[in-house]
Design a protein around this ligand. Structure first.
Ligand SMILES: [Zn+2]
Length: 307
């Protein structure tokens, strides 16, 4: 008898408290609502653990969206759509900072980079050069120009060419030049120095630039077997001569030394080396005896060809 009672007591003692305290939740509210002070404690305990055990949900909002909160984590589909247009410029900078360290489990941070960085972002950078800023600079330089449809012919290409008709002080380009924005900007900046040289050497104002080819799909020096000329990329200008308000126009040539013409031509030619990466003219070679070739060809270590 005793063993049984002990066993029963033990069993009851062991079973009851646990049954009240930790047994199936389903049985508790139904059978004993009054005795256990613990059941009320559970609901409180159950909710906090979810939030406390997983510190990640609170962290996500901080990184991904200050106002989004926990809902953002549930609506993954919406999140992936929203960041694209809204956070494109900023997101490319943010992910590297906080993405990898704090949230190894969260799938949300990784989702952004695929869209905004990597190949897609590189493609955007390559296909969208800094034209907007360049165009604003070109406007401030006083240039008159308009955008042309992209040009392309085999390996020759100019994705965003401009037709430039005039530069600062109303200096006209004859004929209009088809150039990339960067080449047009270099031409505009250089022309301001040409204007200064005209005032200094002639006491006159530069009125126009006589141009040869700008965009022409061809090899260097018109050699079909040679490397493509920068003219093939709207990245080069051939200046044939200079027009002035009062005095006679001046062709690019090997002027007699010691004359104002020679001083002017030498001055603007030297000045061009500050704006272009290639400057060739009379004396460089037979192909450039009657014009100044200016281009922005990229070379290793930023070397320039100034002859
Ligand atoms: Zn040329």
């Amino acid at each position: 008898m005793k063993p049984f009672t002990v066993a029963c007591l033990l069993a009851a003692g062991l079973l009851l408290p646990p049954a009240l305290a930790w047994s199936d939740p389903a049985t508790l509210p139904a059978t004993v609502p009054l005795p256990p002070p613990q059941p009320p404690a559970r609901p409180e305990g159950l909710l906090p653990p979810e939030l406390q055990v997983t510190p990640l949900p609170p962290e996500r909002p901080a990184e991904l969206a200050t106002g989004a909160g926990r809902d953002a984590g549930k609506e993954v589909g919406r999140k992936t759509d929203e960041p694209q247009p809204n956070t494109a410029p900023n997101a490319a900078k943010e992910p590297p900072k906080d993405g990898p360290a704090s949230l190894s489990e969260a799938p949300l941070p990784p989702e952004r980079p695929p869209e905004l960085s990597g190949g897609a972002a590189l493609a955007l950078k390559v296909s969208a050069p800094d034209d907007s800023a360049c165009l604003r600079r070109l406007e401030r330089l006083g240039a008159r120009f308009e955008a042309l449809p992209s040009l392309g012919n085999g390996q020759c290409s100019a994705p965003r060419p401009l037709s430039v008709t005039a530069l600062a002080d109303g200096v006209t380009l004859e004929p209009a030049a088809i150039l990339t924005c960067r080449a047009a900007e270099a031409l505009a900046r250089w022309t301001t120095e040409v204007q200064v040289a005209a005032q200094k050497e002639f006491g006159d104002s530069l009125k126009s630039l006589a141009l040869g080819g700008t965009y022409v799909c061809r090899g260097q020096n018109h050699d079909t077997d040679a490397k493509l000329s920068e003219h093939s990329f709207a990245n080069a200008i051939d200046v044939m001569g200079y027009g002035f308000t009062k005095r006679a126009s001046l062709k690019v040539t090997a002027a007699p030394e010691g004359t104002p013409d020679a001083a002017f031509l030498a001055s603007v030619r030297t000045g061009a080396c500050g704006f272009f990466r290639t400057v060739l003219g009379p004396g460089s070679d037979a192909a450039h005896g009657n014009h100044l070739h200016l281009d922005l060809r990229e070379r290793n270590a930023g070397h320039r060809l100034c002859q």
